[in-house]
Design a protein around this ligand. Structure first.
Ligand code: PBG
Length: 323
């Protein structure tokens, strides 16, 4: 049937029709809110390039968790700014490291909140790379052991899910084996399986103080031009034991999310990253776009592409809108 017998506009006539046939829905329970944890007391410091996002000291976490749960946001992902950095990123797996303390605080005060931890070394190394170096190159195999130790230390502190974001080869298998050896066989791995070397991470690197001191991350993060390689990366991570696959960034890589959705049956997370957030905030502040509508449309596009879970700095704003 074609026009004039068939008229697609019939089903768009009013909001009841539109909601009746709506194909994609955002749910607050599938949004994950990133938290940046700082040393010190009573710190609540707004990130200049990320309006509305704050770096928090540990004493602020209980009230933050309460606010999130009240909004219906059940999950957070943690990033730490340690007091000291060194060449090996040893602060990443310190028993009393910033993240380990933050996990214990959150699990103590808000046991209902699901705590995901970012497993990476770039916030903990003095050179800012995601692994340890030999000369000026990130040494893959030596880094694996440190990452596995870090994941185990997060699990020991009470983390619910570990999320390796370093892009070393073989890290999912190494982390899985170490978790299992330490009786954490029930702790899932959310692998940043497909993480591109992206300029959209700019504001995050300010927030987490983790910009590389020399060079860039192109020898371990993926080339933005590649999509077949994304399937290869995801296939490897599934074989190594990943429980979730993540694509990052999100909006510039909707095609990749969609491909992964078609090829794999694991839950897929998409990271709507700092630069993607900052651009919307900045344009909205200038009055050039309707920030709220662009936020909603953007998150919907990520869901429509096939993501189950969205990690986003907009989680609170979106949760308020969904209520
Ligand atoms: C750590 C890490 C980064 C992000 C998440 N984990 C930075 C990077 O790889 O440079 C970026 C998140 C964002 O931009 O919001 N490796």
């Amino acid at each position: 049937m074609v026009f004039p017998e068939y008229r697609p506009r019939r089903l768009r006539r009013n909001s009841s029709f539109r909601s009746l046939i709506r194909e994609t829905h955002l749910h607050t329970s599938q949004l994950v809110y990133p938290l940046f944890i700082m040393p010190g007391k009573k710190v609540r410091q707004e990130v200049p390039s990320m309006p509305g996002v704050f770096r928090l000291s540990i004493d602020q976490l209980a009230s933050e968790a309460k606010e999130l749960l009240a909004l219906g946001i059940n999950s957070v992902i943690l990033f730490g700014l340690p007091e000291h950095k060194d060449a090996m990123g040893s602060g990443a797996h310190a028993k009393n490291g910033i993240i380990q303390k933050a996990i214990r605080e959150l699990k103590n005060k808000s046991p209902g909140l699901l705590v995901i931890t970012d497993v990476c070394l770039c916030e903990y190394t003095d050179h800012g790379h995601c692994g340890c170096l030999i000369d000026e190159e990130v040494d893959n195999d030596a880094t694996l052991e440190i990452l596995a130790k870090t994941a185990v230390s997060h699990a020991q502190a009470g983390a619910d899910i570990v999320a390796p974001s370093d892009m070393m080869d073989g890290r999912v298998a190494e982390i899985r084996a170490s978790l299992d050896e330490n009786y954490f066989d029930m702790i899932p791995i959310m692998s940043y399986a497909v993480k591109y070397s992206s300029a959209f991470y700019g504001p995050f690197r300010d927030a987490a103080d983790c910009a590389p001191q020399f060079g860039d991350r192109r020898s371990y993060q993926m080339d933005p031009a590649n999509s077949r390689e994304a399937l290869r990366e995801a296939t490897l991570d599934v074989a190594e034991g990943a429980d979730f696959l993540m694509v990052k960034p999100a909006v510039a890589y909707l095609d990749i999310i969609s491909k992964l959705r078609d090829e794999f049956d694991l839950p897929i997370a998409a990271y709507h990253v700092s630069g993607e957030y900052a651009m919307i905030k900045a344009a909205a502040e200038k009055g050039w776009i309707d920030g709220e509508r662009v936020m909603q449309e953007t998150l919907l596009s990520i869901k429509r592409a096939g993501a189950d879970i969205i990690i986003t700095y907009f989680a609170k704003d979106m949760a308020r809108l969904l209520r």
